[in-house]
Design a protein around this ligand. Structure first.
Ligand code: AMP
Length: 407
């Protein structure tokens, strides 16, 4: 089925064409008719499924032309707000509809100027939006469509009370679209507060790992993790690598050491200024930096096309973050590799992740790397991982549990 068959206006269809999309993704196929029909929607879908366009396209269609501020989209992070606003802007290029991004960490001047000019769509993070609501620069009385995006991450970041406050300030007569990869009870509560008779769409359930991603565990002693990271970087043929650290401090440290080893590195975490984050992301996208070291919150949902590899320097704390992290590669059908460095103390986390995604993650050993404390079984040649994209990689037969028991 084509976008044309979805009853979108010519202006929106031209925007889609200019964005280079030819066929709708499954979530677009299912969500667009619901949104066009004016109904509420609750969708579980990961980033990478095309969910931004799934709401942006029919919203633009419903708005038609420039008018009052009728759409509010809430995003958990500045990066997502900027990215979603850019998507709206791209798709709206053949209309006179004006979106604006409202987020903290930057001055108020430009945002105020844009608001004064008159905008149709506000894409905002909750904190900065609240500032404008309190001072009366923004009012929500004409909002007819409210989008709550990445609600599970809003929960993680402690935003739910302010989100609830913002929802309560919107007119009761409105359409509400709700996106969350997972729906734990706190989120179900806010969904029932915000939504009326929602249609439900579940795509690619957040538990699953994109089929186009080849992922593996690399068991290693904690003290050798950095050396293994360097060895992996030297072995793999990568275009752009995202390295995940659990902590901001850890991210800075990894980045410093990678720089010393002559890699061009960007760092993305919440303690960096907005300008530093923009520069990091832009530099990573343009290829100025070949490696970006990031924490989970900072990296959530960011859209960097062509990430060739994801390396989990630290095992993620929450199983769903594993899915989010490795969802950074293999986006929109590109293939990508995702590796996780695991030390014996991570055994429980790995077990939880495997249970969460419902599959065992193959264990590999990097051939030629001098493992000190860790002595995997002798390499089994002839069984490279499915794509065989990693020279010298050997599938390490034997489960992580067995490895743990041996240690
Ligand atoms: P999202 O899940 O919204 O973050 O989108 C993930 C990526 O898929 C983005 O780079 C989009 O530009 C891209 N994308 C979304 N919809 C389509 C489509 N119908 N055809 C091709 N690419 C798409």
């Amino acid at each position: 089925m084509s976008f044309k068959a979805l009853n979108l206006s010519d202006a929106v269809l031209r925007g889609i064409q200019a964005a280079g999309y030819t066929d709708p993704t499954p979530i677009q196929l299912r969500a667009i008719p619901v949104v066009l029909g004016g109904g509420d929607l609750i969708a579980s879908a990961q980033t990478g499924t095309g969910k931004t366009a799934a709401f942006a396209l029919p919203i633009l269609n419903r708005l038609g032309t420039h008018g009052r501020t009728r759409v509010l989209v809430l995003e958990p992070t500045r990066e997502l707000a900027a990215q979603v606003e850019t998507a709206f802007r791209d798709f709206a290029r053949f209309t006179d509809i004006r979106p604006v991004a409202i987020f903290g960490g930057v001055g108020y001047g430009n945002q105020r100027a844009e608001l004064k000019r008159g905008v149709d769509i506000i894409v905002a993070t909750p904190g900065r939006l609240m500032d404008y609501l309190k001072e009366g620069t923004i009012n929500l009385r004409d909002i007819s469509i409210l989008v709550l995006d990445e609600v599970d991450r809003m929960l993680d970041m402690g935003f739910l009370p302010v989100v609830k406050d913002i929802v309560a300030r919107c007119p009761r007569e409105r359409q509400t679209l709700f996106f969350s990869a997972t729906v734990p009870p706190e989120i179900a509560a806010i969904a029932s507060f915000a939504l009326r008779n929602p249609a439900r769409v579940e795509i690619g359930v957040a538990r699953s790992v994109t089929a186009s991603v080849n992922h593996a565990l690399y068991p290693v002693a904690a003290e050798q993790k950095f050396d293994l990271l360097l060895a992996l970087l030297a072995k793999i043929n990568f275009d752009s690598v995202l390295v995940f650290s659990r902590t901001k401090h850890g991210a800075d440290k990894i980045a410093r050491r990678l720089k010393t080893a002559n890699h061009s590195v960007a760092v993305l975490h919440a303690n960096r200024s907005q300008n530093q984050r923009i520069e990091a992301l832009a530099g990573f996208k343009s290829g100025k930096y070949e490696v970006m070291v990031a924490t989970d919150i900072a990296a959530r949902g960011i859209d960097v096309a062509g990430v060739s590899h994801v390396i989990n320097y630290d095992v993620p704390e929450k199983p769903e973050d594993y899915v989010h992290r490795i969802g950074r590669t293999g986006r929109a059908q590109a293939v990508g590799d995702a590796f996780t460095l695991v030390s014996p103390e991570n055994a429980d986390d790995i077990r939880d992740i495997q249970r969460f995604i419902g599959q065992k993650i193959p264990e590999l050993k990097l051939e030629g790397f001098e493992y000190k404390a860790f002595a995997p079984r002798p390499p089994q040649t002839g069984a490279p991982n499915t794509r065989g994209s990693l020279p010298g990689q050997i599938r390490h037969k034997g489960s992580f549990n067995r490895y743990r028991n041996r240690r």
